[in-house]
Design a protein around this ligand. Structure first.
Ligand code: AMP
Ligand code: ZN
Length: 664
């Protein structure tokens, strides 16, 4: 078999597995086998760039960075939908329709997925472009990001119209959303509020590799174009499925408003069993001929109607307001409720967010409150039933002192939250900080878990993360449930963490607002911890993508003598507090401040390597050419439109070898 054939077969096979797994939810090989095959294809593609394919399954992992998303005018406008809330509304709508069209009217009933709308354009079965709804007339080109969503077919199967747009919704299923939030909490970051905003925010991330990590899905509901070869909405859904799109199976045909209402009442209850959020039902006139006759108003099709579910509410008693202290010292008030059933789960707590929220709604202990589960995962209190307020009730006095260490709380201007400033003496802050330090994305210390950290702190064995490196087996053996073997593993795990690279150590020490990405940027720019300690707010702000808030937080962190002492101790224990020699050797400032576009396929290095070289030398990889582009590195098979654009804008085009000699 030729290499070309092998590559072709692997792409086909991987496409098939992707489809089985992400569209049909029915995997036929193990993740491991899949990864091995993907790796094989990646290697072959690297060795044989002449067989490059912009829709290869290997592109699902992302990597391209977009600085500014191009605006694209929709060929077919993306309309909004009219809303209805009752049977009467629907009957009125039916009356209006029947005045405008002849013959019987059938309806397709679908679920209304709550995410971010997207329009995908396919030409000859290949995904050409993905554009957000924007203002309906024009949106942003987010193709690179969309390609990382595995349920979006890059190449269609079976029969398909030569050119069409298909519309759908990008959603983030609850499972994936919750997992993302667990990780954020672990990193000391505020959790995302709801799946919808997170989904739409994801589409505009600059780094497509970040998008690839998010468990997004694309659910399709509408094909537009000419000569499509089908006559009804219902049929079009079936056809879309056959082409390889993910089209939920819930859709039903209805021949009357009563049948539509049956569909609505069924899903009003069962939507809670779905893995993603829905906020209603969309009813569409089934015949495309009739749709055309009905046309559009200035904002919505006359042939479709949304029916919004009511957010579910219950009333229950608020027993007590308690306060939690996070690892950054942030205080979160929590409403402890009389347990109550809501939207299929038992609710015992609701977040009160902050003092303002409590004051605004005048929420008090022993109040009867209305709790709602809307888009947010954690239910919220939306109002107080004043008619049931006890006579002797008094307004809530927000705490003034930390519930854990009794230190007086502070609240900075512009900050909604109160903080406990007792950074080094407040137990949940100490424990939380060390738990963050050992967590997977930080130092990833094997053999040590969150509970053990709490034990170690409470037993007085450690009071900050550098103390971990002083622990001996004999110290930890007396701890509850600590066997000989686990004690050994723990000590070994701690010792092994001395090899963790600098950027992760920088993330692990838990400077507020310094997440993984910022830590990487700082490490790369300053190269060692001493340079960061010496940097002023102004210096820090001058670093690309570091804002005031981060800069101030870094300076504040290192202005603490205690923190600097901990860093010194860490140095003496042999932790990596500077970039390794190997990393440094490959890094220069040669391309500092330059914005560079890479296009085509290359001979001596792969695209990924080339991009890494640009970044290591201080340059920035951008995915589209603009007047700000310094130069374009052109490989083989570069698209003609890129070349034209570079030429019209006067952007220099250099070859792979010219680029490489620039660096040497
Ligand atoms: P609205 O934003 O409330 O005007 O509702 C219109 C939006 O609902 C559309 O832009 C779509 O993004 C979304 N939507 C979700 N599910 C569907 C569906 N099954 N059919 C049509 N639109 C839908
Ligand atoms: Zn405290």
């Amino acid at each position: 078999m030729t290499i070309q054939q092998k590559i072709k077969d692997l792409r086909l096979e991987l496409r098939e597995h992707n489809y089985n797994y992400y569209v049909l939810d029915n995997a036929t090989i193990s993740d491991y086998e899949f990864d091995m095959k993907l790796k094989e294809l990646q290697d072959l593609e690297e060795q044989h760039p002449e067989f490059y394919d912009s829709n290869s399954p290997t592109l699902r992992v992302g990597g391209e960075v977009t600085k500014n998303f191009n605006t694209v005018v929709h060929e077919h406008r993306m309309y909004s939908l009219d809303n209805s809330y009752s049977k009467e509304d629907l009957l009125d709508w039916e009356k209006r329709i029947k005045k405008l069209v002849d013959g019987d009217v059938f309806y397709t009933c679908e679920l209304k997925y709550d995410g971010a709308s997207i329009s995908l354009t396919y030409e000859n079965g290949n995904l050409l472009r993905a554009v957000t709804r924007g203002d309906g007339t024009q949106g942003d080109d987010v193709t690179t990001n969309i390609k990382t969503i595995k349920s979006v077919p890059l190449q269609l199967q079976g029969d398909f119209p030569p050119k069409f747009d298909i519309r759908g919704e990008i959603v983030l299923p609850f499972d994936g959303f919750n997992k993302m939030n667990e990780e954020r909490l672990e990193a000391g970051e505020e959790p995302y509020r709801n799946p919808r905003n997170t989904a739409s925010g994801s589409l505009k991330l600059q780094d497509s590799a970040e998008v690839a990590k998010r468990p997004l899905e694309c659910l399709l509901y509408n094909i537009t174009g000419r000569n499509l070869g089908f006559e009804t909405q219902f049929e079009s859904l079936e056809r879309a499925r056959q082409m390889g799109f993910k089209v939920p199976e819930a859709a039903r045909l209805a021949s009357s408003v009563d049948e539509v209402l049956e569909f609505i009442s069924h899903w009003d209850v069962h939507r809670h069993d779905l893995p993603y959020e829905t906020d209603g039902v969309v009813i569409k006139v089934n015949s495309l001929q009739q749709q055309e006759e009905l046309g559009y108003t200035s904002k919505a099709p006359r042939w479709a109607m949304a029916y919004k579910f009511k957010a579910e509410q219950v009333s229950t008693r608020l027993n007590e307001i308690t306060y939690q202290v996070g690892r950054t010292g942030a205080i979160t008030p929590v409403a402890n409720l009389e347990p109550v059933e809501l939207a299929g789960t038992t609710v015992k707590r609701a977040s009160l967010h902050n003092a303002d929220q409590i004051e605004k709604l005048d929420i008090r202990e022993r109040d009867e409150v209305f709790v709602e589960k809307g888009g947010e995962i954690i239910p919220k209190i939306i109002a107080v039933d004043l008619s049931k307020r006890p006579e002797d009730s008094k307004p809530t006095q927000y705490i003034t002192h930390c519930p854990e260490c009794q230190t007086e709380l502070i609240r900075q201007e512009g900050d909604a939250k109160h903080y406990c400033p007792n950074y080094n003496g407040c137990n949940p802050q100490i424990v939380g900080r060390i738990q963050h330090y050992i967590s997977r994305k930080a130092m990833d210390i094997e053999g040590l878990g969150g509970e053990t950290v709490a034990l170690l702190v409470n037993e007085g064995l450690i009071s900050n993360y550098s103390d971990l490196y002083t622990l001996k087996k004999e110290d930890v053996l007396p701890l509850e449930r600590m066997a000989e073997k686990s004690a050994e593993n723990l000590i070994q795990g701690i010792a092994a963490s001395k090899q963790i690279p600098f950027e992760r150590v920088l993330f692990a020490i838990g400077i507020r607002y310094v997440g993984e990405t910022v830590a990487k940027k700082l490490a790369k720019h300053y190269k060692n911890i001493d340079a960061i300690i010496e940097a002023s707010v102004e210096d820090l702000i001058a670093v690309d993508e570091i804002g005031d808030r981060i800069a101030e937080s870094v300076v504040e962190f290192f202005s603490s003598e205690e923190n600097r002492m901990i860093v010194d101790e860490m140095k003496s224990y042999g932790l990596q507090l500077e970039l390794s020699a190997e990393k440094l050797a490959n890094q220069t400032d040669k391309l500092k401040g330059q914005s560079i576009v890479v296009s085509g396929v290359f001979e001596t290095v792969s695209r990924t390597e080339l991009k890494k070289m640009i970044e290591d030398n201080g340059g920035k990889v951008s995915s589209s050419i603009s007047s700000k582009t310094n130069f374009l590195v052109a490989g083989d098979k570069m698209g003609p439109s890129k070349r034209t654009k570079a030429e019209t804008l006067g952007v220099a085009i250099i070859s792979e070898s010219e680029f490489l000699s620039k660096l040497n």
